[in-house]
Design a protein around this ligand. Structure first.
Ligand SMILES: NC(=O)C1=CN([C@@H]2O[C@H](COP(=O)(O)OP(=O)(O)OC[C@H]3O[C@@H](n4cnc5c(N)ncnc54)[C@H](O)[C@@H]3O)[C@@H](O)[C@H]2O)C=CC1
Ligand SMILES: O=C(O)C(=O)CO
Length: 386
Protein backbone atom coordinates (compact mmCIF):
# COMPACT_ATOMS: atom_id res chain seq x y z
CA UNK A 1 0.00 0.00 0.00
CA UNK A 2 1.22 3.49 -0.84
CA UNK A 3 2.56 5.58 2.03
CA UNK A 4 0.27 8.41 3.18
CA UNK A 5 1.87 11.68 2.12
CA UNK A 6 0.73 15.23 2.77
CA UNK A 7 -0.15 17.49 -0.15
CA UNK A 8 -1.62 20.89 -0.90
CA UNK A 9 -4.02 20.99 -3.86
CA UNK A 10 -4.51 23.88 -6.29
CA UNK A 11 -7.35 23.97 -8.82
CA UNK A 12 -8.84 20.62 -7.79
CA UNK A 13 -11.05 20.37 -10.89
CA UNK A 14 -8.12 20.80 -13.30
CA UNK A 15 -7.93 18.27 -16.14
CA UNK A 16 -4.18 17.54 -16.03
CA UNK A 17 -2.70 16.30 -12.77
CA UNK A 18 0.73 17.78 -12.13
CA UNK A 19 2.71 16.99 -8.98
CA UNK A 20 5.49 19.07 -7.47
CA UNK A 21 7.57 17.16 -4.98
CA UNK A 22 8.37 20.41 -3.12
CA UNK A 23 6.92 23.81 -2.55
CA UNK A 24 8.92 26.24 -4.73
CA UNK A 25 9.48 30.02 -4.46
CA UNK A 26 7.06 32.48 -6.03
CA UNK A 27 3.51 32.07 -7.23
CA UNK A 28 3.84 32.60 -10.98
CA UNK A 29 4.60 28.94 -11.58
CA UNK A 30 1.42 27.97 -9.72
CA UNK A 31 -0.67 30.44 -11.69
CA UNK A 32 0.74 29.31 -15.01
CA UNK A 33 -0.22 25.70 -14.27
CA UNK A 34 -3.64 26.33 -12.78
CA UNK A 35 -4.61 28.82 -15.52
CA UNK A 36 -3.81 26.08 -18.03
CA UNK A 37 -6.31 23.61 -16.54
CA UNK A 38 -3.88 21.72 -14.33
CA UNK A 39 -4.73 20.31 -10.94
CA UNK A 40 -1.52 20.98 -9.05
CA UNK A 41 -0.53 18.92 -6.04
CA UNK A 42 2.40 20.20 -4.01
CA UNK A 43 4.00 17.85 -1.52
CA UNK A 44 4.11 19.42 1.94
CA UNK A 45 5.72 16.48 3.72
CA UNK A 46 8.16 17.64 6.41
CA UNK A 47 11.09 15.67 5.07
CA UNK A 48 13.88 17.38 3.18
CA UNK A 49 14.85 14.58 0.83
CA UNK A 50 12.03 12.43 -0.48
CA UNK A 51 12.90 8.84 -1.28
CA UNK A 52 11.71 6.90 -4.31
CA UNK A 53 8.82 5.34 -2.39
CA UNK A 54 7.55 8.75 -1.27
CA UNK A 55 7.57 9.97 -4.85
CA UNK A 56 5.83 6.83 -6.11
CA UNK A 57 3.10 7.53 -3.58
CA UNK A 58 2.83 11.10 -4.86
CA UNK A 59 2.58 9.97 -8.48
CA UNK A 60 -0.23 7.55 -7.66
CA UNK A 61 -2.38 5.99 -10.41
CA UNK A 62 -2.86 9.03 -12.62
CA UNK A 63 -0.29 11.74 -13.11
CA UNK A 64 0.55 13.76 -16.22
CA UNK A 65 3.82 15.25 -15.09
CA UNK A 66 6.12 15.83 -12.12
CA UNK A 67 8.30 18.75 -11.07
CA UNK A 68 11.10 17.33 -8.94
CA UNK A 69 14.32 18.23 -7.18
CA UNK A 70 18.02 17.48 -7.64
CA UNK A 71 18.04 15.52 -4.36
CA UNK A 72 15.76 12.85 -5.82
CA UNK A 73 16.76 9.67 -7.55
CA UNK A 74 14.96 9.72 -10.89
CA UNK A 75 15.70 6.32 -12.41
CA UNK A 76 13.97 3.23 -13.73
CA UNK A 77 11.56 2.93 -10.79
CA UNK A 78 10.19 6.46 -10.93
CA UNK A 79 10.05 6.74 -14.71
CA UNK A 80 8.21 3.41 -15.01
CA UNK A 81 5.81 4.51 -12.26
CA UNK A 82 5.19 7.82 -14.01
CA UNK A 83 4.64 6.09 -17.34
CA UNK A 84 2.11 3.69 -15.76
CA UNK A 85 0.28 6.71 -14.35
CA UNK A 86 0.00 8.13 -17.88
CA UNK A 87 2.75 10.73 -17.39
CA UNK A 88 4.90 12.14 -20.15
CA UNK A 89 6.99 14.82 -18.44
CA UNK A 90 9.41 15.34 -15.59
CA UNK A 91 11.39 18.48 -14.89
CA UNK A 92 14.17 18.99 -12.41
CA UNK A 93 14.09 22.38 -10.73
CA UNK A 94 17.80 22.64 -11.53
CA UNK A 95 20.10 22.96 -14.49
CA UNK A 96 22.15 19.92 -13.44
CA UNK A 97 20.45 16.58 -14.00
CA UNK A 98 23.00 14.05 -12.79
CA UNK A 99 20.24 12.71 -10.49
CA UNK A 100 18.29 11.64 -13.58
CA UNK A 101 18.83 8.44 -15.53
CA UNK A 102 18.19 9.71 -19.04
CA UNK A 103 18.28 6.21 -20.52
CA UNK A 104 15.41 5.19 -18.25
CA UNK A 105 13.49 8.35 -19.16
CA UNK A 106 14.03 7.63 -22.85
CA UNK A 107 12.88 4.02 -22.44
CA UNK A 108 9.56 5.24 -21.07
CA UNK A 109 9.28 8.18 -23.46
CA UNK A 110 9.34 10.73 -20.65
CA UNK A 111 10.58 14.23 -21.50
CA UNK A 112 13.15 15.52 -18.98
CA UNK A 113 13.36 19.26 -18.38
CA UNK A 114 15.97 21.42 -16.66
CA UNK A 115 16.33 25.13 -15.89
CA UNK A 116 19.40 26.62 -17.58
CA UNK A 117 20.45 30.26 -17.74
CA UNK A 118 18.25 31.74 -15.03
CA UNK A 119 20.79 30.66 -12.41
CA UNK A 120 23.99 31.43 -14.28
CA UNK A 121 24.87 34.79 -12.74
CA UNK A 122 23.52 33.91 -9.30
CA UNK A 123 25.65 30.77 -9.13
CA UNK A 124 28.72 32.54 -10.48
CA UNK A 125 28.28 35.29 -7.89
CA UNK A 126 28.29 32.75 -5.05
CA UNK A 127 31.43 31.15 -6.51
CA UNK A 128 33.01 34.62 -6.44
CA UNK A 129 31.87 35.04 -2.83
CA UNK A 130 33.48 31.72 -1.91
CA UNK A 131 36.65 32.70 -3.73
CA UNK A 132 36.96 35.99 -1.89
CA UNK A 133 35.95 34.46 1.46
CA UNK A 134 38.55 31.71 1.13
CA UNK A 135 41.30 33.99 -0.23
CA UNK A 136 40.81 36.64 2.43
CA UNK A 137 39.88 34.26 5.27
CA UNK A 138 36.59 36.05 5.86
CA UNK A 139 34.86 33.25 7.77
CA UNK A 140 37.83 32.53 10.03
CA UNK A 141 38.10 36.24 10.81
CA UNK A 142 34.36 36.51 11.49
CA UNK A 143 34.53 33.60 13.95
CA UNK A 144 37.58 35.14 15.65
CA UNK A 145 35.76 38.44 16.04
CA UNK A 146 32.57 36.87 17.46
CA UNK A 147 34.65 34.82 19.88
CA UNK A 148 35.90 38.10 21.37
CA UNK A 149 39.50 37.37 20.40
CA UNK A 150 40.24 40.64 18.62
CA UNK A 151 42.41 42.85 20.78
CA UNK A 152 43.83 45.22 18.17
CA UNK A 153 45.27 45.53 14.65
CA UNK A 154 48.34 43.42 13.98
CA UNK A 155 50.57 43.15 10.90
CA UNK A 156 50.08 39.37 10.69
CA UNK A 157 46.41 39.13 11.53
CA UNK A 158 44.51 37.02 8.97
CA UNK A 159 46.86 37.67 6.10
CA UNK A 160 45.46 36.09 2.93
CA UNK A 161 45.95 36.17 -0.85
CA UNK A 162 45.64 39.15 -3.19
CA UNK A 163 43.62 38.26 -6.28
CA UNK A 164 44.53 41.21 -8.51
CA UNK A 165 46.91 40.26 -11.27
CA UNK A 166 46.89 36.54 -10.34
CA UNK A 167 45.65 33.75 -12.60
CA UNK A 168 42.14 32.35 -12.35
CA UNK A 169 41.60 28.85 -13.69
CA UNK A 170 38.25 27.48 -14.79
CA UNK A 171 37.44 23.84 -15.35
CA UNK A 172 34.18 23.69 -17.28
CA UNK A 173 33.81 26.99 -19.11
CA UNK A 174 30.11 26.69 -19.95
CA UNK A 175 27.45 29.19 -18.92
CA UNK A 176 28.39 29.45 -15.23
CA UNK A 177 32.14 28.94 -15.66
CA UNK A 178 32.27 31.72 -18.26
CA UNK A 179 30.17 34.09 -16.14
CA UNK A 180 32.45 33.43 -13.16
CA UNK A 181 35.54 33.98 -15.33
CA UNK A 182 34.24 37.35 -16.47
CA UNK A 183 33.44 38.42 -12.91
CA UNK A 184 36.92 37.51 -11.70
CA UNK A 185 38.64 39.06 -14.70
CA UNK A 186 36.67 42.29 -14.61
CA UNK A 187 36.54 42.53 -10.85
CA UNK A 188 40.10 41.59 -10.02
CA UNK A 189 41.98 42.02 -13.32
CA UNK A 190 43.03 38.40 -13.26
CA UNK A 191 44.54 36.45 -16.13
CA UNK A 192 42.59 33.42 -17.29
CA UNK A 193 43.41 29.81 -18.03
CA UNK A 194 40.55 27.44 -18.79
CA UNK A 195 39.94 23.82 -19.62
CA UNK A 196 36.81 22.52 -21.26
CA UNK A 197 36.13 19.76 -23.76
CA UNK A 198 34.98 22.49 -26.13
CA UNK A 199 36.50 25.80 -27.11
CA UNK A 200 34.71 28.76 -25.56
CA UNK A 201 35.04 31.22 -28.44
CA UNK A 202 32.78 33.76 -26.76
CA UNK A 203 34.89 33.82 -23.61
CA UNK A 204 38.11 34.03 -25.63
CA UNK A 205 36.78 36.96 -27.69
CA UNK A 206 35.69 38.69 -24.52
CA UNK A 207 39.13 38.22 -22.92
CA UNK A 208 40.92 39.60 -25.98
CA UNK A 209 38.60 42.61 -26.20
CA UNK A 210 38.85 43.30 -22.47
CA UNK A 211 42.63 43.09 -22.62
CA UNK A 212 42.61 45.60 -25.48
CA UNK A 213 40.32 47.88 -23.52
CA UNK A 214 42.60 47.84 -20.47
CA UNK A 215 45.59 48.58 -22.71
CA UNK A 216 43.75 51.53 -24.22
CA UNK A 217 43.32 52.86 -20.68
CA UNK A 218 47.04 52.59 -19.98
CA UNK A 219 46.54 49.54 -17.74
CA UNK A 220 48.21 46.15 -17.96
CA UNK A 221 46.12 43.94 -20.26
CA UNK A 222 44.72 40.63 -18.98
CA UNK A 223 45.87 37.48 -20.76
CA UNK A 224 44.12 34.19 -21.49
CA UNK A 225 44.95 30.65 -22.48
CA UNK A 226 42.93 27.57 -23.33
CA UNK A 227 44.67 24.66 -21.61
CA UNK A 228 44.85 21.28 -23.28
CA UNK A 229 44.51 19.40 -19.99
CA UNK A 230 42.91 19.99 -16.59
CA UNK A 231 46.39 19.46 -15.11
CA UNK A 232 47.70 22.54 -16.92
CA UNK A 233 45.03 24.64 -15.20
CA UNK A 234 45.77 23.12 -11.81
CA UNK A 235 49.51 23.74 -12.15
CA UNK A 236 49.28 27.33 -13.40
CA UNK A 237 46.34 28.92 -11.61
CA UNK A 238 46.25 30.69 -8.25
CA UNK A 239 42.49 30.27 -8.00
CA UNK A 240 40.62 27.35 -9.58
CA UNK A 241 36.86 27.20 -9.84
CA UNK A 242 35.07 24.04 -10.95
CA UNK A 243 32.01 24.38 -13.16
CA UNK A 244 31.63 21.22 -15.25
CA UNK A 245 28.61 18.94 -15.32
CA UNK A 246 28.91 15.82 -13.16
CA UNK A 247 29.31 12.69 -15.24
CA UNK A 248 31.78 9.81 -15.63
CA UNK A 249 34.42 12.15 -17.04
CA UNK A 250 34.31 14.59 -14.12
CA UNK A 251 33.76 12.22 -11.17
CA UNK A 252 36.75 12.76 -8.83
CA UNK A 253 38.34 15.04 -11.39
CA UNK A 254 40.10 16.56 -8.40
CA UNK A 255 41.83 13.69 -6.62
CA UNK A 256 44.95 13.19 -4.51
CA UNK A 257 47.33 13.30 -7.50
CA UNK A 258 45.78 16.39 -9.01
CA UNK A 259 45.70 18.19 -5.65
CA UNK A 260 49.41 17.51 -5.33
CA UNK A 261 50.25 19.46 -8.49
CA UNK A 262 48.38 22.59 -7.40
CA UNK A 263 50.18 25.55 -5.87
CA UNK A 264 50.59 25.26 -2.10
CA UNK A 265 48.68 28.51 -1.59
CA UNK A 266 46.04 27.95 -4.25
CA UNK A 267 42.35 28.53 -3.69
CA UNK A 268 39.96 25.86 -4.96
CA UNK A 269 36.24 26.56 -5.35
CA UNK A 270 33.48 24.10 -6.12
CA UNK A 271 29.93 25.17 -6.90
CA UNK A 272 29.28 22.40 -9.43
CA UNK A 273 28.64 18.99 -7.87
CA UNK A 274 30.31 17.44 -4.83
CA UNK A 275 31.63 14.24 -6.45
CA UNK A 276 33.77 16.28 -8.86
CA UNK A 277 36.17 16.37 -5.89
CA UNK A 278 37.40 13.33 -3.98
CA UNK A 279 36.45 14.94 -0.68
CA UNK A 280 38.38 12.55 1.56
CA UNK A 281 41.54 13.34 -0.41
CA UNK A 282 40.74 17.03 -0.13
CA UNK A 283 40.46 16.81 3.67
CA UNK A 284 43.93 15.22 3.82
CA UNK A 285 45.31 17.87 1.51
CA UNK A 286 43.82 20.69 3.61
CA UNK A 287 45.34 19.18 6.75
CA UNK A 288 48.77 18.88 5.19
CA UNK A 289 48.69 22.30 3.50
CA UNK A 290 47.28 24.96 5.82
CA UNK A 291 47.85 27.74 3.25
CA UNK A 292 45.75 25.89 0.65
CA UNK A 293 42.14 27.06 0.85
CA UNK A 294 38.80 25.90 -0.46
CA UNK A 295 35.33 27.32 -0.85
CA UNK A 296 32.69 24.61 -1.18
CA UNK A 297 29.00 24.90 -1.98
CA UNK A 298 28.58 21.21 -2.78
CA UNK A 299 29.69 17.98 -1.10
CA UNK A 300 30.30 14.44 -2.14
CA UNK A 301 27.66 12.89 0.16
CA UNK A 302 25.21 15.74 0.61
CA UNK A 303 23.94 16.70 3.10
CA UNK A 304 27.00 15.31 4.91
CA UNK A 305 30.62 16.42 4.88
CA UNK A 306 33.46 13.92 4.91
CA UNK A 307 34.99 13.45 8.36
CA UNK A 308 37.45 16.18 9.22
CA UNK A 309 36.23 18.80 6.76
CA UNK A 310 34.19 20.78 9.30
CA UNK A 311 37.26 21.19 11.52
CA UNK A 312 39.44 22.65 8.75
CA UNK A 313 39.86 26.40 9.16
CA UNK A 314 41.12 26.64 5.58
CA UNK A 315 37.72 25.55 4.23
CA UNK A 316 34.69 27.78 3.72
CA UNK A 317 31.56 25.65 3.48
CA UNK A 318 27.98 26.62 2.58
CA UNK A 319 24.95 24.35 2.06
CA UNK A 320 24.40 24.22 -1.75
CA UNK A 321 23.02 27.75 -1.97
CA UNK A 322 24.74 28.94 -5.14
CA UNK A 323 21.47 29.48 -7.03
CA UNK A 324 19.67 30.87 -4.01
CA UNK A 325 18.61 34.37 -5.05
CA UNK A 326 14.89 35.15 -5.04
CA UNK A 327 14.73 36.06 -8.73
CA UNK A 328 16.62 32.95 -9.75
CA UNK A 329 14.69 30.50 -7.61
CA UNK A 330 11.37 31.91 -8.83
CA UNK A 331 12.67 31.68 -12.39
CA UNK A 332 13.78 28.09 -11.87
CA UNK A 333 10.31 27.22 -10.57
CA UNK A 334 8.74 28.90 -13.62
CA UNK A 335 10.96 27.09 -16.11
CA UNK A 336 10.44 23.72 -14.42
CA UNK A 337 6.66 24.21 -14.40
CA UNK A 338 6.64 25.33 -18.05
CA UNK A 339 8.70 22.31 -19.10
CA UNK A 340 6.07 20.01 -17.65
CA UNK A 341 3.12 22.12 -18.78
CA UNK A 342 4.48 22.40 -22.33
CA UNK A 343 4.81 18.64 -22.69
CA UNK A 344 1.43 17.96 -21.10
CA UNK A 345 -0.15 20.42 -23.55
CA UNK A 346 1.71 18.95 -26.51
CA UNK A 347 3.74 22.10 -27.20
CA UNK A 348 7.03 21.92 -29.15
CA UNK A 349 10.43 22.52 -27.59
CA UNK A 350 12.02 25.99 -27.52
CA UNK A 351 14.86 26.11 -30.08
CA UNK A 352 17.55 27.67 -27.88
CA UNK A 353 17.82 26.75 -24.21
CA UNK A 354 20.39 29.54 -23.82
CA UNK A 355 17.76 32.16 -24.67
CA UNK A 356 14.90 31.66 -22.26
CA UNK A 357 14.14 35.31 -21.42
CA UNK A 358 10.65 35.23 -23.02
CA UNK A 359 9.61 32.61 -20.46
CA UNK A 360 10.83 34.75 -17.57
CA UNK A 361 9.08 38.00 -18.43
CA UNK A 362 6.43 38.34 -15.74
CA UNK A 363 4.52 40.93 -17.75
CA UNK A 364 3.68 38.71 -20.69
CA UNK A 365 2.38 35.21 -21.31
CA UNK A 366 5.20 32.72 -21.90
CA UNK A 367 5.65 31.20 -25.38
CA UNK A 368 3.67 28.03 -26.06
CA UNK A 369 6.75 25.83 -25.85
CA UNK A 370 8.78 23.72 -23.41
CA UNK A 371 11.76 25.93 -22.42
CA UNK A 372 14.39 23.21 -22.02
CA UNK A 373 14.00 19.46 -22.57
CA UNK A 374 17.35 17.71 -22.40
CA UNK A 375 16.27 14.52 -24.20
CA UNK A 376 14.15 16.30 -26.84
CA UNK A 377 16.27 15.05 -29.76
CA UNK A 378 16.29 11.47 -28.55
CA UNK A 379 12.53 11.51 -28.14
CA UNK A 380 12.12 13.17 -31.54
CA UNK A 381 10.17 16.10 -30.08
CA UNK A 382 9.14 18.87 -32.43
CA UNK A 383 11.10 22.14 -32.21
CA UNK A 384 9.20 25.40 -31.95
CA UNK A 385 9.38 27.83 -34.91
CA UNK A 386 8.41 30.78 -32.71
N1 LIG B 1 25.88 24.72 -6.76
C1 LIG B 1 24.75 25.03 -7.35
O1 LIG B 1 23.77 25.44 -6.75
C2 LIG B 1 24.67 24.90 -8.82
C3 LIG B 1 25.40 23.96 -9.48
N2 LIG B 1 25.31 23.84 -10.83
C4 LIG B 1 26.13 22.84 -11.51
O2 LIG B 1 26.90 23.51 -12.49
C5 LIG B 1 26.92 22.73 -13.68
C6 LIG B 1 27.20 23.59 -14.87
O3 LIG B 1 26.09 24.41 -15.20
P1 LIG B 1 26.10 25.28 -16.55
O4 LIG B 1 27.31 26.13 -16.60
O5 LIG B 1 24.77 25.91 -16.68
O6 LIG B 1 26.24 24.12 -17.62
P2 LIG B 1 26.96 24.16 -19.04
O7 LIG B 1 26.49 22.94 -19.73
O8 LIG B 1 26.77 25.49 -19.68
O9 LIG B 1 28.52 24.02 -18.67
C7 LIG B 1 29.12 22.83 -18.32
C8 LIG B 1 30.47 22.78 -19.03
O10 LIG B 1 31.21 21.66 -18.55
C9 LIG B 1 31.96 21.19 -19.66
N3 LIG B 1 32.45 19.84 -19.42
C10 LIG B 1 31.77 18.66 -19.53
N4 LIG B 1 32.59 17.63 -19.26
C11 LIG B 1 33.81 18.17 -18.97
C12 LIG B 1 35.07 17.63 -18.62
N5 LIG B 1 35.25 16.31 -18.53
N6 LIG B 1 36.09 18.48 -18.40
C13 LIG B 1 35.92 19.80 -18.50
N7 LIG B 1 34.75 20.39 -18.84
C14 LIG B 1 33.71 19.57 -19.07
C15 LIG B 1 30.98 21.29 -20.82
O11 LIG B 1 31.64 21.21 -22.08
C16 LIG B 1 30.35 22.65 -20.54
O12 LIG B 1 31.02 23.70 -21.18
C17 LIG B 1 25.54 22.03 -13.66
O13 LIG B 1 25.56 20.86 -14.43
C18 LIG B 1 25.31 21.78 -12.21
O14 LIG B 1 25.77 20.50 -11.85
C19 LIG B 1 24.50 24.65 -11.55
C20 LIG B 1 23.74 25.60 -10.94
C21 LIG B 1 23.74 25.80 -9.52
O1 LIG C 1 20.59 23.96 -10.74
C1 LIG C 1 21.41 23.20 -10.20
O2 LIG C 1 22.00 22.32 -10.83
C2 LIG C 1 21.65 23.31 -8.76
O3 LIG C 1 22.55 22.74 -8.23
C3 LIG C 1 20.77 24.15 -7.93
O4 LIG C 1 20.59 25.36 -8.45
Amino acid sequence: MAKPISIEVWNPAGKHRVVSTKSMPGTRWIRLLTDADCRLEICTEKKTILDVEDIQALIGDKCDGVIGQLTEDWGETLFSTLKRAGGTAFSNMAVGYNNVDLNAANTYGIAVGNTPGVLTETTAELAVALTVSASRRVVEADQFMRAGLYDGWLPHLFVGNLLKGQTVGIIGAGRIGSAYARMMVEGFKMNLIYYDLYQSTRLEKYMTAYGEFLKSQGEAPVTWKRASTAEDVLRDADVISLHPILDKTTYHLINKDRLSIMKKEAVLVNASRGPVIDEAALVNHLKANPMFRVGLDVFEDEPYMKPGLAEQKNAVVVPHIASASKWTREGMATLAALNVLGKVKGYPVWPDANKLEPFLDENSAPPAACPSIVNAKLLGLEVSKL
